[in-house]
Write a protein of this length. Structure first.
Lengths: 266, 161
């Protein structure tokens, strides 16, 4: 027997309300982002898997959205980041099988539109990045860049190339992030050494990136990232270590932040 | 003035002055306070991490009794740490902030106790709901003392299994 439309609507509304109530604390959290402080440097990170609702027993395509950055407690200039590590959740699988590869040389010194035209097939994410440029004898000025993430390989290792391009001044740079098996509770880690060729001037302030890609390989629809929420039928959700951002500074020292999130089983 | 009074008066004055300045001298600086607390928190944070190993997996696989034992151990460690750090003299400029922090930590302790009780009764969904509050409350506690730069004394979900 078919359920009346009103009853279905009520059930859906109730389910939505229950989800909202359960996830309410995390929505508040994601508005502020989790923070940690070492010395005067504050690191913050927020993000979420999209969608939150995932199958219990099989993988489903997901996107991972991350926002993070650095600031100083006393308004002093930011330290220069020489190494950046981004840890991704263990509930996900990162698949590059059949995905085109974009070599770094193909997108070097190109604007975003040109880089996209050169490597569209390898695109795995988009985002924004802003930094402060502190040139000698000049007041620091902010620079906003558009980020594109491409699937790549460095030697024999899988990698993600982060292509950052700014309109003013018109410039671009490529940061290769090598894919490592994650340590501890994280599944995969992206590790990048910020090139010394950028000079001592740019200071990372904030970034946001969404990693997501669906593609076809041998007639099969695949996803760059897939995830599940493996909880038993008696449970509806589970907490997991969602992401970690770690920065190493040129002046020495390091700051790391990890954030947990909940997945909801459907 | 007699000779005894002439000797006693300066001694009394010195005593009174010392008493007046004693609390100010005893109150540590923020850096000293952080160092003292981190020394207390470090072994307990590591012990918690060890005690909670696999707890999240236990809950996911419905081994609630096993998880309850781990949470009970973590609750005991947290309670003991809290008792010790509450006794440490606080920097006078930070008393209000720290009182708020300890309020959150008391709540953390309650949540841990409630999660343990829920797991003992096999109430997985209740434990999961309390865990959500535990994480949120832990983050709120961290915000209050952000400028202190705590490591082992700050809440890190990664330590809980």
């Amino acid at each position: 027997m078919r359920r009346p439309a009103t009853s279905r609507a009520v059930s859906l509304a109730a389910a939505a309300l229950a989800t909202a109530l359960f996830l309410a604390p995390f929505v508040i959290e994601s508005a502020d982002g989790e923070q940690t402080q070492r010395g005067d440097v504050i690191s913050w990170l927020k993000g979420e898997p999209r969608p939150h609702d995932l199958p219990r027993d099989r993988l489903a395509p997901i996107a991972i959205h991350l926002e993070g950055g650095l600031r100083t407690a006393n308004g002093a200039s930011l330290p220069r980041v020489t190494r950046l590590e981004i840890g991704l959740p263990p509930l996900g699988v990162l698949s590059t099988r059949g995905l085109p590869i974009c070599p770094a040389r193909r997108i070097r010194n190109l604007r975003s539109r040109e880089a996209l035209a050169a490597c569209r097939g390898a695109l795995v994410g988009r985002g924004r990045l802003s930094s402060t440029v502190a040139l000698p004898n000049q007041a620091p000025f902010p620079v906003a860049a558009r980020l594109l993430a491409f699937n790549s390989r460095i030697g024999k290792r899988r990698a993600v190339l982060l292509h950052a391009a700014t309109a003013n001044p018109p410039t671009s740079s490529v940061l290769p992030m090598l894919l490592h098996r994650g340590s501890g509770r994280l599944g995969t880690e992206l590790v990048g050494r910020v090139s010394a060729s950028l000079g001592p001037w740019p200071r990372l302030r904030r970034y946001s990136i969404t990693l997501f890609r669906r593609y076809r390989y041998r007639r099969e629809l695949r996803s760059y990232l897939s995830g599940s929420c493996p909880v038993p039928p008696t449970l509806t959700a589970a907490p997991f270590s969602f992401a970690r951002a770690s920065y190493t500074f040129a002046e020495g020292g390091q700051i790391s932040i990890s954030i947990p999130r909940f997945c909801r089983a459907r | 003035m007699s000779r005894t009074a002439a000797i006693a008066l300066p001694i009394l004055l010195v005593g009174l002055l010392a008493a007046a300045f004693a609390p100010a001298a005893e109150a540590p600086t923020r850096d000293e306070y952080v160092t003292t607390l981190e020394k207390i928190c470090k072994p307990d944070a590591l012990a918690t991490q060890k005690a909670m190993k696999g707890a999240r997996s236990d809950v996911r696989h419905e081994r609630f009794k096993v998880a309850a034992r781990k949470f009970a151990r973590a609750t005991a460690i947290f309670g003991s740490t809290l008792k010790q750090i509450k006794a440490v003299p606080r920097p006078s400029a930070d008393t209000k902030k720290l009182a708020k922090w300890f309020g959150y930590l008391d709540r953390q302790s309650d949540y841990l106790r409630q999660i343990t009780a829920a797991l003992r009764k096999g109430e997985g969904v209740k434990a999961q709901r309390l865990t959500a509050r535990f994480i949120h409350n832990g983050n709120l506690a961290n915000y209050v003392v952000l400028p202190f730069g705590f490591n082992y004394c700050s809440f890190k979900f990664i330590r809980y299994g």
